[in-house]
Design a protein around this ligand. Structure first.
Ligand SMILES: Nc1ncnc2c1ncn2[C@@H]1O[C@H](COP(=O)(O)OP(=O)(O)OP(=O)(O)O)[C@@H](O)[C@H]1O
Length: 641
């Protein structure tokens, strides 16, 4: 626990004798200073929670604080620099990397994004083309089922298979997010936003499914209405915000009282949409982290104290957490069916060995076997199985066919192999080497195609957008407008000497002048440099993968030729030597494929980072031109008068 103290000198307006408190002390689990980097914020707040979600434990992180205190920066991130990515994009990235480290698990990830504005819910992941104001988005309603469980009706849940897909949806959500103006902060968001990762995981071969949700919540500004001097629609919005945050506070107080045994069995979750949506996060089965964002300046001390007071209450609530595990009936049925099938096959096998295997296999047997094998090899599921038909002769033939396929891949039409191809090998190659060869073969083919996709992406011209450009076009406009307004440089531009009239008249020269005197291009430069670095690394990795592939292929060929030659030598000593060489070769292949996999994983990680940087640069350039156009128009107007 860490303490925070805020000192508020007594106000002289109220005279020397007043009871105003001067020193306020609060205790928190952690304090993040203003210069704390976004990666550290992620490591300290989210990484452990995300690992828990893979084990079925729900988690929530919500940011609370006055307008402009950095809630959006914490949850979503800054709009310009890649290093400023917030908790949502980092959580997506971390989740998919953690999933990749769990090859014996099957995962499903879904995403939803809810905005609560004026006490009404809206689906932020609806297609963006017609969205101008938040009311254009589909309305989300809370419904209760017969068991008293609450559901969000109309909130779309999108299945995502990769980090890129998830990030594209996040961009769509951000595009749809309403940004409007208040006198306190021209780019303030007056709504609450809840981004949710829905995670499902199951170990291969097990019927237990673990389900969890991770909510990342960006609340609206918590300042009081009187301070903001706002009117009309904005005042009504502020009242809604105040009311829903007031209800949130009510819920927190009730939970705190219940926790300390002071009665209050009823927790007023249903008073607002926000508290209803966060019901589980606040009082239920969930690991919850609250980030209290504060502006550490003297004039904001009152708001800071109020935020700290609220956070202190939240810190006192104890949630009890259990993993959400359940049997999936569909999986259970599938597994039982497989078990029955295996048992039947075993019986057939036993019967066949008792009766004595009779007769030679027919051409039809081979055709059926090769069809079954092709289906087995084409099935990407980790739970795929090969049914050879419960006869030892068929199983042996299947093994021989597998070996033949490794040495010479199956023709595309999956025709039955020629008779010579299914003859058993003269020298028994250890079975694990066979398996390793086959799995390496398919891994290499799979990775080859992945590399082709990655390399294609790297060779795309720099200006070409990778993301869905339709959904981004609205963002570009919005971002440009807000950047023009918020830029400190822009405001100070009136202090600069007036450029010559010829400079203003010539757009090229005007742009050059503006770049020299008014434009801070550091973020753009930083992103370009990071992109160049990423490209360089990707290129090196590409080269490493190419040479690794060559080495593995060479070692594999050597292994194959050694394993078939070993059978020709009858002496025991030679056969031992041959086996040692095979084992050594296998170890080399293992080592090579380990570094190959590492390089490939790193290249895979670079792909979304490169896409993100390309997008930031594109947005930065659009924003730069918009800022310049605004300045140039002003200069042209001024030069006419
Ligand atoms: N730690 C930080 N480092 C750099 N810039 C920051 C940081 N925190 C906030 N900012 C910048 O300050 C501005 C206001 O922050 P932000 O929009 O996150 O505030 P907010 O609390 O979400 O406000 P609102 O309630 O209006 O949504 C933004 O331009 C943001 O990029």
């Amino acid at each position: 626990m860490l303490g925070v103290q805020i000192c508020m000198p007594k106000s002289m307006d109220q005279g020397y004798i007043n009871n105003q408190k001067e020193l306020y002390s609060f205790m928190f689990d952690g304090v993040l200073p203003h210069n704390c980097k976004q990666d550290e914020v992620f490591d300290r707040l989210a990484a452990e929670l995300l690992l828990g979600t893979l084990e079925g434990v729900n988690a929530t992180i919500f940011a609370y604080g006055q307008t402009g205190s950095g809630k959006t920066f914490t949850i979503t991130g800054g709009p310009e620099r890649y290093a400023d990515r917030g908790l949502i994009p980092r959580s997506i990235s971390f989740l998919f990397h953690s999933i990749a480290q769990r090859p014996t698990f099957l995962h499903k990830v879904g995403i939803s994004y809810l905005e609560i504005y004026n006490e009404a819910g809206y689906d932020l992941l609806a297609p963006a083309e017609e969205t101008r104001v938040v009311e254009d988005l589909p309305r989300v309603h809370i419904m209760e089922d017969e068991d008293g469980r609450l559901h969000m009706r109309n909130l779309s849940l999108h299945a995502v298979a990769s980090e890129e897909e998830a990030l594209n949806l996040l961009f769509l959500g951000e595009t749809n997010r309403t940004i409007s103006e208040t006198p306190m902060n021209m780019a303030s968001s007056r709504s609450h936003c809840i981004f949710t990762l829905h995670i499902e995981s199951r170990q291969v071969g097990q019927e237990v499914i673990k389900r969890s949700k991770m909510h990342l919540v960006d609340l609206a500004g918590s300042e009081r209405v009187s301070k903001t001097r706002i009117l009309g629609t904005v005042l009504s919005e502020a009242k809604h915000i105040n009311l829903s945050l007031h209800f949130l506070e009510q819920v927190i107080i009730s939970l705190q009282e219940r926790g300390s045994g002071q009665g209050r069995a009823h927790i007023p979750f249903r008073n607002s949409m926000l508290t209803t949506a966060l019901r589980d996060s606040l009082g239920g089965n969930c690991r919850t982290v609250m980030v209290a964002n504060v502006a550490a300046t003297a004039d904001q001390a009152e708001e800071t104290i109020s935020t700290c007071r609220f956070a202190q209450r939240v810190a006192m609530i104890g949630n009890s957490v259990t993993a959400n595990e359940e049997m999936d009936p569909a999986v259970l049925v599938r597994m039982l069916q497989q078990e029955v099938k295996d048992l039947k096959q075993e019986i057939r096998l036993l019967k066949a060995s008792q009766d004595g295997a009779g007769g030679a296999l027919t051409a039809q047997h081979y055709t059926d076997l090769s069809t079954a094998m092709a289906a087995y090899l084409a099935d990407p599921s980790l739970e795929a199985s090969l049914d050879c038909g419960g006869d030892m002769r068929l199983i042996r033939s299947a093994m021989a066919m597998m070996k033949a396929m490794i040495q010479k891949p199956l023709p595309p039409e999956n025709a039955a192999p020629a008779a010579h191809a299914v003859q058993p090998a003269t020298w028994p190659v250890p079975e694990d080497i066979q398996q390793q060869l086959s799995s390496l073969q398919s891994q290499i083919e799979h990775r080859d195609s992945e590399i082709r996709v990655l390399m294609k992406m790297l060779h795309r011209p720099a200006g070409e957008a990778v993301h869905n450009s339709r959904s981004l076009s609205v963002v570009r406009g919005d971002m440009a407008a807000s950047c023009v307004f918020m830029s400190g440089k822009q405001q100070s531009s009136t202090q600069e000497p007036w450029p010559d009239l010829e400079v203003i008249a010539d757009r090229e020269r005007a742009l050059q002048y503006w770049e020299e005197h008014h434009f801070d291009g550091s973020a753009l430069q930083e992103n370009k440099q990071a992109l160049r670095q990423h490209y360089r690394e990707a290129k090196q990795l590409g080269d490493k993968l190419d040479s690794g592939k060559e080495t593995i292929t060479r070692l594999r060929t050597e292994l194959q030729s050694k394993s078939s030659c070993a059978g020709d030598d009858d002496s025991t000593a030679a056969s031992h030597k041959g086996l040692d060489e095979l084992v050594e070769l296998r170890e080399n292949i293992q080592q090579e494929s380990g570094s190959y996999r590492e390089a490939l994983d790193r290249l895979r990680m670079l792909k979304p980072a490169i896409e993100h940087l390309q997008l930031l640069i594109e947005k930065g350039q659009t924003s730069k031109i918009a800022k310049f156009d605004a300045w140039h128009a002003l200069m042209q107007l001024g030069s006419r008068h």
